[in-house]
Write a protein that binds this ligand. Sequence first.
Ligand code: FES
Length: 336
Amino acid sequence: MLTAPTSLCPNPMRVHSIVQETPDVWTIGFLPEAGYNYQPGQYTLVCVDDDPNTLRAYTISSSPGAGAFLTITVRRIENGVGSNWLTRKVKVGDYLWLSDAQGSFTCADIYDSKYLMLAGGCGVTPIMSITRWLLVNRPKADIVVYYNVRTPDDVIFANEWKMLAGEYHDRLTVTMMAEDKAAGDFLPGRLSPEILRENIPDIAERTVMTCGPAVYMALVEQWAKALGVPPEKFYKEQFHVAAECISDDAGKVTLSVDHLRQNFSVAKGTSLLVALEQNGVSVVSACRSGVCGACRTKVLGGNFTVTSRETLSKQEIDAGFVLACSCKIQGNIVIE
Ligand code: FES
């Protein structure tokens, strides 16, 4: 057994399969030891690196009701602790511990007759989970998928997309776009408002769901709005790594960690999570984007702003808790 259960990750999973999807993406299949409830599009926290305090968040790429296995799909990132451990060290037969399923990016409560799924890169993982589920559970729904990749070799779930498009040809259309080396069925370049307008004239009547790099999703949201998609029919995955780059001239402030009796000089504007990590103070984190609640930290005083309070109760907020990943240090600050 590789890791132990924690309060956040109490669900034992036996690794059943490890399949390479692209040169840098693997899908890991688990057999839940004691069942596992989730909705299509949700993600899970995984205890990685044999350390109960090291958590990483991964989208569940399988769909509930479609087989006994749960899968996560992982891109190996240079120096990424979680992705390197999962794709290099973990073997079939090992046990891992997962959190309960999390996240609100799901189609389970959406009832529509037309959907548009827009995926960029690895953001296709929840889009596959959702599309597969909709095809079975919304049997009359018409679904259009646009999937952007760098090159055709980067398509994740290539065979399954082909298989689904063939099996459900009367109500599923899948278009792949490649920035480089587009050939055959691939459209060259990136998604644009012109492509959406010309190819999906009924876009305003569709539920639009998107997942991909933050910049991609921001553009998609802008275009969808301009093309008449009502805000209540537009859904984007909030789960992405927030930009952490702070210029040196932003100014230095003091971060005091009360229980360590230590002060650190940090750049104003840095997230509290990054500032702590840069100074060797360990913080449990997973999504790093204000969604999972893993990095809950108590602030005793100081100057800061927050961008997310998801999962924090009113009592916790009143008591001074913040999500370290979503707390920007604006001046001297003291944490417990
Ligand atoms: S790491 Fe998930 S909310 Fe901060």
